[in-house]
Design a protein around this ligand. Structure first.
Ligand code: 9MR
Length: 456
């Protein structure tokens, strides 16, 4: 990209105002229970503190020591991008991504997935595609990668950097944009279908200043998505700051305004060029802004040591080249220890109910796994054949307080009340005792679906 321009009660002994007025050492001395690592400090208010990780540095013991000690969320810096995971069309490679994901999960860290669809870092074969071939290739990529990592990713950057810089407020021109303005929502729908449990984020840079046209344009898109039931759960603000692009005075306002749309807000690639107390104070401001917004659920810095940064010359990170903590580190840790209201969690519940007509020969059962959040739901219906194979099936569901907006892997009649579903060609045949799945997304409540299955 181009940068133009658990116990919370243990901690907030020091109020925010007092914390701002006191020196760092005083705060630490006055708070014997202060957490001593970034991850632990963030967890006190239910947040996370993450970093970008490069697979190529995982043999560096200093790097790994800091990673394992300080962070509880990980983003692959390049290894989950389209060129890394689908180097030739239809051939998916996850070696380096898996090294990062497996390491994180084995240490109890969570993972942000970055990124499913982006105009940049596309594999060569995709760069030359257009039209419906490109749209289908993109959707297949989203589906395959999100399915591969299903259940392992806290949040996906489904679409990255799709808006233009400057004052136009327009979408960025790209081969993906030229497939039609709805490419972004199509990507989000595909991601939800593939991994209903992951939070789905739109991620961008230069969207930190509330008055910027680009920020406003992203805001309007998210507002529109929420109004139309397009599945979006979070907005990522990359937050790459330097002298040309400083931390804006209205940064907290931006975070709060996005959050007010009903999405989580995450600071996804934070780095701030500079040094010493000036840099420390900027990091302090960003951290406090997140803590002040209850739906700002966490902060990720874009690398560990300055020397690990994509712009090492700007010494923008929290550890110096030798892995020593910088003043910026101390200011972030102290800000986290000063606390803030915990993030609001969406009410996501998963329930499974099974109804059965048998199962005997020619019969089938249907069960539902429901992922419900405040405004909508995704239902995955599992159709299981009885003691003989199915050559076709029909499922009936009841939607008393919800409306289907999008569905996959089945034909549908109706959108609310009694909704009937039948197999599509490729999932008509289900061997005895085996299962197939279809799904749908809706607004409102998906409770009481009570699916029944019959052979057809
Ligand atoms: O840090 C990444 C660097 O190693 C890559 O060369 C670069 C290529 O595009 O991407 C960097 O990460 C970018 C991130 O994926 C998206 N936002 C901007 C980041 C910094 O350029």
């Amino acid at each position: 990209m181009k940068l133009t321009a658990r116990s919370v009660s243990l901690v907030p002994i020091v109020s925010t105002v007092a914390a701002a007025a006191l020196g760092a050492s005083l705060i630490m001395a006055g708070n014997a229970n202060a957490a001593t690592t970034l991850g632990a400090a963030a967890q006190q208010s239910g947040r996370y503190f993450g970093t970008a990780v490069a697979a190529g540095r995982m043999g560096d013991s200093t790097y790994m020591g800091i990673l394992n000690r300080e962070f509880d969320m990980v983003t692959a810096e390049n290894e989950m991008k389209m060129d890394a995971t689908e180097p030739s069309q239809g051939r998916f490679t996850y070696g380096n991504a898996d090294r990062i994901v497996n390491h994180a999960r084995s240490r109890g860290m969570r993972v942000r997935g970055h990124a499913l669809a982006w105009h940049s870092q596309q594999p060569g074969w995709m760069q030359n595609m257009s039209g419906s071939a490109l749209r289908n290739a993109m959707l297949n990529h989203v589906t395959q990668v999100a399915t591969y990592y299903r259940g392992k990713i806290y949040a996906w950057d489904v679409v990255n950097e799709a808006f233009a810089d400057g004052s136009s407020g327009a979408r960025r021109d790209s081969n993906l944009q030229r497939t039609g303005n709805d490419w972004i929502e199509a990507a989000f729908r595909a991601a939800r279908a593939a991994d209903p449990g992951a939070k789905l984020c739109y991620n961008d840079y230069n969207t930190d200043d509330w008055s910027h046209a680009k920020t406003q344009a992203v805001y309007r898109m998210v507002q529109d998505f929420k109004a139309r039931g397009v599945p979006i759960d979070c907005v990522g603000l990359q937050s790459h700051f330097n002298a040309q692009s400083p931390v804006p005075s209205n940064y907290q306002t931006t975070l709060q305004n996005f959050a007010n749309l009903g999405v989580d807000v995450q600071i996804t690639e934070l780095d701030i060029e500079g040094s010493g107390s000036a840099q420390a104070s900027n990091y302090d401001r960003v951290t406090r802004a997140c803590l002040a917004v209850s739906r700002c659920t966490g902060i990720t810095v874009w690398g560990i040591r300055d020397s690990d940064s994509w712009r090492a010359y700007g010494t923008p990170l929290l550890f110096d080249n030798n892995g020593n903590k910088k003043p910026a580190y101390t200011s972030v840790l102290n800000a986290l220890n000063a606390g803030g209201p915990g993030p609001t969690t969406t009410t996501t519940t998963t329930t499974t109910t099974t109804t059965s007509n048998g199962p005997g020969p020619g019969d089938c059962t249907a069960s539902v796994s429901l992922n419900q959040w405040n405004e909508g739901f995704v239902a995955t219906i599992k159709v299981t054949a009885g003691s003989s194979a199915l050559k076709g099936w029909r499922v009936t569901t009841t939607l008393s307080n919800g409306t289907v907006t999008n569905s996959w892997s089945a034909n549908r009649s109706g959108t609310s009340g009694t909704v009937n579903w039948t197999n599509v060609d490729y999932n008509a045949n289900v061997p005895a005792g085996q299962s197939t799945e279809f799904g749908f997304q809706g607004t409102g409540s998906g409770s009481g679906l009570n699916p029944t299955c019959s052979a057809s």
